[in-house]
Design a binder for this molecule. Structure first.
Ligand SMILES: Cc1cc2nc3c(=O)[nH]c(=O)nc-3n(C[C@H](O)[C@H](O)[C@H](O)COP(=O)(O)O)c2cc1C
Length: 192
């Protein structure tokens, strides 16, 4: 199963980037064909329809193609003001915006339709960014994704990783594994 993993943060010492790295390693160990991307590697401006009318940026098309090619995704989201960050909204808005006149990408939901998505979050707070997930869920469903019921919110994330960035607590690792297992299981049944 081809699994796409990314975090909604570009911060150097991001907890969600570390959680995404953990997810990618654990999913690969579970047999998934993992593509782990960093959103910082994509040159995606703030969405603006006038700018888009002059041509969809090449990195947006690159992201659309990556999303399209992967039936399963894992997203690790930070929590900003009890919701998910603008980086994720902007990224998902771009990839769901049709490229007018393009015979392939004129379909709004080509990159997102039918994807099985597992959502995780990490925060220094006790709730682990859980509230960001409840905002991200309706957006993903609007994009015609299947949202995995299994989720995980990593609280007190400042204490959760060792120096090398590994998630150390076995119980927390089991929660991450449960999300991975469910996403791979469901994508295996839903993927054409
Ligand atoms: C504007 C802003 C709002 C925030 N709001 C919340 C919040 O509602 N809940 C929370 O747990 N953390 C909140 N935080 C703290 C983030 O969880 C923290 O900065 C976290 O490290 C961001 O994720 P990252 O480490 O993956 O970059 C907020 C941070 C910022 C900058």
């Amino acid at each position: 199963m081809k699994l796409l993993v990314f975090a909604g943060s570009t911060r150097e010492k991001s907890f969600n980037r570390r959680l995404a790295r953990t997810c990618a390693a654990m999913a690969a160990a579970s047999g998934a064909e993992v593509t782990h991307i960093e959103l910082a590697d994509f040159d995606v401006p703030m969405y603006n329809a006038d700018l888009e009318a002059r041509g969809t940026p090449a990195d947006v098309i690159r992201l659309k193609q990556l999303c399209f090619e992967h039936p399963a995704w894992l997203i690790c989201t930070p929590e900003y003001n009890a919701s998910y960050p603008a980086l994720l909204k902007n990224t998902l808005d771009w990839i769901s915006s049709p490229v007018k006149g393009d015979p392939v990408w004129n379909d709004d939901f080509r990159a997102t339709r039918g994807k099985v998505v597992g959502v995780l979050s990490a925060s220094p707070g006790a709730l682990g960014g859980l509230r960001s997930q409840s905002h991200l869920a309706p957006l993903l469903i609007n994009l015609h994704c299947w949202l995995a019921p299994q989720n995980f919110a990593l609280g007190r994330a400042g204490d959760a990783f060792d120096e090398a960035g590994n998630l150390v607590n076995e119980t927390q690792r089991k929660h991450v594994q449960a999300v991975i297992d469910q996403v791979l299981w469901a994508a295996g049944r839903l993927a054409p």
